[in-house]
Design a protein around this ligand. Structure first.
Ligand SMILES: C[S@@+](CC[C@H](N)C(=O)[O-])C[C@H]1O[C@@H](n2cnc3c(N)ncnc32)[C@H](O)[C@@H]1O
Length: 114
């Protein structure tokens, strides 16, 4: 990662996104287990619940959430177009329950939901 050269001055750039997509399963220890642990913290509910995934990356956590909770809606936020496109690809079978937004974590204009 190169400080100051990424989008939104975060240091993260589209090349980092490509590397994370290709090697994330190796960079992050026990990534799939982490996803299962996060899902286990989401309360069971038969109704539709809105879940927000901030800096969703390639959507692999989101896919596990949508698989486990068939009534829930997922709002995915990320600053990288490369990541959002990959997340759309990974979540294709759940597309009617997802919404994607490009955002800058450092700003506060995305923190209001209707
Ligand atoms: C290490 S990846 C993690 C992705 C995902 N949360 C996961 O665990 O698989 C970090 C993510 O944060 C996003 N990101 C970094 N800085 C950001 C910023 N300032 N605004 C929005 N997204 C940002 C990147 O595009 C990337 O998808």
């Amino acid at each position: 990662m190169k400080n100051g050269t990424g989008f939104f001055q975060s240091g993260w750039d589209e090349n980092d996104s490509k590397n994370f997509i290709d090697y994330g399963l190796f960079f992050v220890p026990e990534r799939e287990r982490q996803h299962k642990i996060i899902c286990s913290a989401i309360p069971e509910s038969t109704g539709s619940t809105k879940i927000v995934d901030i800096c969703c990356g390639d959507g692999l956590l989101g896919r596990e959430i949508l698989r486990r909770f068939p009534h829930h809606q997922l709002y995915l936020f990320d600053g990288s177009m490369t990541m959002l496109e990959k997340a759309k690809e990974n979540l294709g079978e759940y597309i009617d329950r997802v919404e994607f937004t490009r955002f800058d974590l450092a700003k506060d204009d995305w923190r209001h939901f209707s």
